[in-house]
Ligand binder design. Sequence first.
Ligand SMILES: Cc1cc2nc3c(=O)[nH]c(=O)nc-3n(C[C@H](O)[C@H](O)[C@H](O)COP(=O)(O)OP(=O)(O)OC[C@H]3O[C@@H](n4cnc5c(N)ncnc54)[C@H](O)[C@@H]3O)c2cc1C
Ligand code: FES
Length: 285
Amino acid sequence: MKYEYKKEPELYTPIMMRIISKRDLTPDVRFFQTVPKEEFKHLDLDYKPGQFMMLSLYGSGEAPFSISSSPTRKGIFEFAIRKTGKITNKIFELKDGDQLGLRGPFGNGFPIEKMLGKDIVIVAGGLGAAPLRSLLLYILDNRELFGRLIYLYGAKNPQEMLYRPDFFEMLESDQLELHLTVDKGNEGFEDKIEEGMVTHLFKYVNDIDPKNTIACVCGPPVMYKFVVNEILKYNLEKHNILVNLERRMKCGTGKCGHCIIDYRYTCIDGPVFTYWDVIHMRELI
Ligand SMILES: Cc1cc2nc3c(=O)[nH]c(=O)nc-3n(C[C@H](O)[C@H](O)[C@H](O)COP(=O)(O)OP(=O)(O)OC[C@H]3O[C@@H](n4cnc5c(N)ncnc54)[C@H](O)[C@@H]3O)c2cc1C
Ligand code: FES
């Protein structure tokens, strides 16, 4: 299959999207399914798993959000948004049919071309399952293009687990090796969810071929160094460990400098970095 992604993002002009459905994923994270308004439907709105969009509301401003849908499911953009402050509070007030501005896609996304044919180990923590859902669905929709697919997901408790019903369904699938855990309180879900940190799930990750495996990690900052340490035990090359990092952003286009880590701009050089690129960073050491 030929892989294509968007050439030039619309840098400064948002297009308008309409919310077609929403549901609560956790007590403070809501899933929004959006489509371009009629006048924008003709645009080439392709993207890569791991890229993000700037979502905006008139009068409130804009903020970056990872795309949680897969580019294989054309025309629909999905987001998992945590209610945390000014803009997200306003987004939570929106109803079906209401509109949102959207700029992007921004960021590098996952290097899909490099991942083709490889075994993939995905490790998600908490809200990290939002961008990693895009990658997961992309691989499942192109299953023959990848090798083994191992997915480890940890959340604080079952109520905080994003897409829980979808993951429960995937536990029955032979298309991936999925393991779920919560820090505490798996009562009632013992047959599906283990108890313990996400690192505890590495006991299921066996027979890894280090030359043919790529690991992708996204979660809260505290998770990275512990997870990366586990992955390094399998002798993966540092450039085959990919971490999805978040920084405060304003422009999303490499102009304002808000998102700089040393000499790199998270918004254009990231948010997906190889472990090799960011080995010295606070989250990773
Ligand atoms: C590349 C990228 C992808 C993201 N993807 C998602 C996503 O898929 N879903 C999601 O819910 N959020 C995501 N975020 C975070 C999201 O952008 C912030 O939560 C949002 O900007 C908060 O806006 P606000 O106006 O509601 O909150 P504010 O009123 O600006 O802030 C409320 C509180 O949140 C803190 N905060 C604000 N922005 C951030 C941030 N970027 N990181 C950490 N703390 C922050 C503030 O310090 C404050 O304590 C992403 C951020 C980046 C950079
Ligand atoms: S957000 Fe402005 S340079 Fe990255």
